[in-house]
Design a protein around this ligand. Structure first.
Ligand code: ME8
Length: 529
């Protein structure tokens, strides 16, 4: 499986919107690995273009020093969040620039490009050209010409450049979508692109910018006056990173991309321009990406979180300050983002919402289940896992056992639809059911009964097995918590594999459990959100 995130602009530090896409992609990559498949996750940074040049000037740095610094911030955040990327590509790297130059040269040599002058609108924050029609469609209170995507002012530009025909590929793309109905998810985004294609596309996509306007870009091999347009440059990362044009075997081992994660703001670039660029480079229908997944926006109140609106939430602050009392703060953060909203929809971020999830789902339910289970194993079984009931499960146990072994198919179904929140909901339903089972089975009463030992051990074995299943299935979502529970169960270095979550019973009786400090300690903010 080859999974990608967008290449984030390095004009400013990462915010929670960026972290959301990367966590989602990481979660799916980890899920495939848990299933025993090979998953290759690519991320990186988009480092050329006018707005990055402007940001470097504003910071009093050369563009290269500036992008080097910000790219490190992104890498540091992915380390903090456990984003398990296999490659991090920066568009300023020579390995990428070589491929971009080769693609431009090829399109030029094959006479695919047109040399002409464009007159129209440009949005620098989005680094995107817009037609008069697009700009008129933008609904903005000021009434001035604005970007239909971000609503910020656009500027009139008149530029000589090299252009890729777009409209002539429109019938091909329409046909492609007709026969690849699952190319874009969720289906609302597919419909959005299908209806966009009912109107004529702009005649051309500009692939260059004049060097005198934009100095910070990849030089165009056949024209000294031009650098490469940042979107053409950036999109090609998905193939340059895996050896396109240079390492046939490596490229064939990865391409086509299986899942490309993006936010809905860059859907048109990925669902229209990107396939058309690949088509122009001679890629067949079978060599198109398999799936583009466009998620919604994290908002503050009703506004999209964005650097220029100044309403960004810094993940380093959420993890290091807001959640400072939590030993698994990064996992709490991951859980919140993946659980809070159905994938594809917009969500509203607030500290209060994080604390509510932390308190209700994690501390009261998950943490409580693990802690109660292991404390009772300590107290009643001298810290060693008891054997399962010798004569099969008691009637009371069967529903819980069935839910536990039935969890994997439910998760597989949800993950097949990239519905992280549904998968997490299913795991948490099992947690709730297990907590109820404790109340009904009341091990503390059994411990007092003269002939209760046999039943007591069976109950604690059930709970330990459920905890094992939860530890395995949580891995893609909360990798550090999953590992902590695994160690608390005494499973040590044994790998967690999804297939083992359906194997029951599976724990070795007599296994010594590990120390089990509370996973989600309560602080004032946790108990009173
Ligand atoms: O567009 N909510 O980079 P970018 C959710 N360099 N996700 C958000 C978000 C929000 N409020 N804000 C940003 C670019 N994102 C180009 C991409 S790809 C070849 C080039 C996430 O730094 C979301 O994934 O503006 C969105 O698509 C991406 O960050 C945009 O990042």
């Amino acid at each position: 499986m080859y999974l990608t995130t967008p290449l984030y602009y390095v004009n400013a530090s990462p915010h929670i919107g960026h972290s959301y896409t990367s966590i989602a992609a990481d979660c799916l990559a980890r899920y495939y690995r848990l299933k025993g498949e090979r998953a290759f996750l690519l991320t990186g940074t988009d480092e050329h273009g006018q707005k990055i040049e402007q940001a470097a000037i504003a910071a009093g740095k050369t563009p290269q020093v500036f992008v080097d610094d910000v790219a490190e911030r992104f890498k540091a955040l992915w380390r903090l969040l456990g984003v398990s990327y296999d490659d991090f590509i920066r568009t300023t790297e020579e390995r990428h620039q070589r491929v971009v130059r080769a693609c431009l040269a090829r399109l030029h040599d094959e006479r695919t490009l047109l040399h002409t002058t464009y007159e129209g609108w440009y949005c620098t924050p989005c680094e995107t050209f817009w037609t008069q029609h697009d700009v008129e469609a933008a609904v903005v209170p000021s009434g001035s010409a604005a970007c239909p995507s971000c609503t910020r002012p656009v500027e009139q530009v008149k530029e000589d450049g090299w252009y890729l025909p777009l409209r002539e590929s429109q019938p091909w793309l329409q046909n492609f979508l007709r026969s690849h109905k699952t190319f874009i998810q969720p289906s609302s985004r597919f419909n959005e692109i299908a209806s966009l294609l009912e109107q004529p596309l702009p005649e051309y996509l500009c692939l260059t910018r004049p060097r005198q306007r934009v100095g910070w870009g990849i030089p165009v091999p056949f024209s000294e006056q031009h650098v490469t347009y940042v979107w053409f440059d950036a999109l090609l990362n998905y193939i340059s990173a895996v050896g396109y044009g240079e390492d046939r075997e490596r490229f064939a081992a990865h391409w086509p991309a299986d899942v490309q994660f993006i936010g809905k703001d860059i859907l048109r670039h990925h669902a229209v321009y990107w396939p058309i660029i690949l088509h122009a480079l001679g890629f067949s229908d079978e060599q198109m990406p398999r799936l583009i997944v466009a998620h919604g926006w994290w908002k503050i109140g009703e506004q999209k979180m964005s650097k220029s609106l100044g309403n960004i939430i810094d993940p380093f602050v959420v993890i290091g300050t807001v959640l400072k009392d939590q030993p698994y703060a990064a996992d709490v953060y991951r859980y919140f983002l993946l659980r809070e909203i159905p994938f594809g929809q917009d969500g509203s971020f607030s500290e209060e919402a994080i604390f509510t999830r932390l308190s209700a789902d994690l501390a009261n339910d998950l943490g409580n289940l693990v802690n109660r289970t292991l404390s009772m194993v300590d107290r009643y079984c001298h810290g060693r896992l008891p054997a399962p009931a010798a004569i099969g499960c008691a009637v009371d146990d069967e529903p819980l056992r069935r839910s536990a072994v039935g969890l994997v198919p439910t998760i597989e179904e949800a993950m097949g639809r990239v519905e992280f929140s549904e998968a997490l909901e299913a795991i948490m339903r099992l947690v709730t059911q297990a907590n109820r089972y404790i109340e009904v089975a009341a091990p503390w009463k059994l411990a007092k009964e003269a002939d209760g030992a046999h039943r007591l051990h069976a109950v604690l074995n059930m709970l330990a097995e459920v905890t094992r299943v939860i530890s395995i299935t949580l891995e893609p979502f909360m990798p550090s918590v999953a590992q902590a529970i695994w160690q608390q169960l005494g499973c040590g270095r044994a790998p967690r594999r999804l297939q083992d979550a359906t194997r029951w019973p599976s724990l070795a009786s007599g296994q010594a459990i590990g120390p089990h400090p509370v996973l989600f300690p309560r602080s004032d903010s946790v108990s009173t959100p």
